[in-house]
Design a protein around this ligand. Structure first.
Ligand SMILES: NC(=O)c1ccc[n+]([C@@H]2O[C@H](COP(=O)([O-])OP(=O)(O)OC[C@H]3O[C@@H](n4cnc5c(N)ncnc54)[C@H](OP(=O)(O)O)[C@@H]3O)[C@@H](O)[C@H]2O)c1
Length: 311
């Protein structure tokens, strides 16, 4: 496992991270977590809103306080793109305290404002006491580092992070980057470098469903078909051809997807995985430079113009 610097936190994080939004309800979750630790993964992303993920991690990670856990406070009434902002400093502090209890820890390594979806609600978060509450938790040692994640379904061009990163207010941001939504590579990552902010990638496989996502050729072609239908890609060859992605061989679609992300200057790429077998597949991609310039350039010329996320 290789480790990268998480911006100004100076933490060294495994380039492959674990996104614990799925699979925590399985009986074999502790075995999965231990396989993940054995592989050298030291960064795990969770949230108060991911069912019992924090509780399950708290149990599975007992005795492993060296593993870095990132969790989140959601200041909206749902995860919908049109959710209502309802953040308050009291709710933020109560949420962080609950996270500490569920995770069985005396500090949170990273606390994020979850899914900040508009510039206007980011401004409210900064002004209504929520941000100050995060800073206070950091000053008290209950949280080591603070940040926000975006909601890329509502903000495919990362307007929120483009505003937030240069303020210097945050140590870490969580952003979507995958080969069907490449916009962060040109907009957010250069800002993270400039302001020394840790860049944690989410949805590297575009948060796949059974039918659509970067997990197989048919699922990737279905996602591309949805982009064509939405007018994000031309309704003409090569985008409409069944052999569109053949140039990625011998890599599988998920391998190419993770390689695409890791070929960027990101701190860690958090992928969801529900089995040790899946983990073993994904460990195979960890060989710099991850993706050759020809395949990367072809992905950029085919999909670099996409400005909104389709799933
Ligand atoms: N706004 C936010 O803050 C936000 C939003 C979304 C996600 N996140 C975070 O980012 C993390 C990653 O997102 P995600 O899990 O939704 O999406 P993802 O990482 O893009 O995709 C995870 C899915 O891909 C499948 N997969 C992984 N490796 C594979 C492989 N080699 N071959 C085939 N399928 C493979 C997994 O299948 P199996 O389950 O079958 O193993 C899992 O269902 C989340 O866990 C969460 O922590 C944050």
């Amino acid at each position: 496992m290789l480790y990268r610097r998480l911006g100004r936190t100076d933490l060294r994080v495994s380039e492959l991270g674990f996104g614990a939004a799925r699979g925590y309800d399985q009986d074999d979750f502790p075995a999965l977590v231990h396989a993940i630790l054995d592989a050298g993964i030291n960064f795990i992303d969770t949230a108060t809103g991911y069912g019992d993920s924090e509780l399950a991690l708290g149990r599975a990670l007992q005795g492993h306080d060296e593993i870095l856990v990132e969790t989140k406070y959601c200041p909206y009434d749902s995860y919908r793109t049109d959710a209502t902002y309802e953040g308050s400093p009291e709710a933020l502090v109560a949420s962080a305290e609950e996270s500490l209890r569920r995770l069985r820890r005396d500090h949170l390594d990273v606390l994020l404002g979850h899914g900040m979806r508009t510039r206007e609600t980011l401004d409210r978060f900064m002004a209504d006491g929520c941000y100050e509450a995060m800073v206070r938790l950091r000053d008290q040692g209950k949280v080591r580092f603070i940040g926000i994640s975006e909601l890329s379904e509502a903000d495919g061009t990362h307007e929120v992070l483009q505003r937030a990163v240069p303020t210097g207010a945050f140590d870490v941001v969580m952003l979507t980057l995958n080969f069907l939504l490449q916009t962060a590579a040109e907009s957010v990552l250069p800002l993270c470098r400039k302001h020394d902010v840790g860049a944690v990638v989410m949805m590297p496989l575009n948060q796949p469903s059974k039918d659509s996502g970067l997990v197989s050729v048919p699922a990737a072609l279905e996602c591309i078909r949805r982009h064509v239908a939405a007018g994000n890609l031309p309704a003409e060859p090569p985008w409409t051809e069944p052999n569109l992605l053949d140039f990625l061989q011998p890599y599988s679609i998920p391998a190419a997807g993770l390689r695409y992300v890791l070929s960027h200057e990101v701190s860690t790429c958090c992928v969801g995985m529900r089995s040790p077998a899946r983990l073993q597949e994904n460990l195979q991609v960890l060989d710099p430079p991850y993706l050759d310039p020809e395949r990367k350039a072809r992905l950029e010329s085919l999909f670099g113009g996409i400005r909104s996320q389709e799933r």
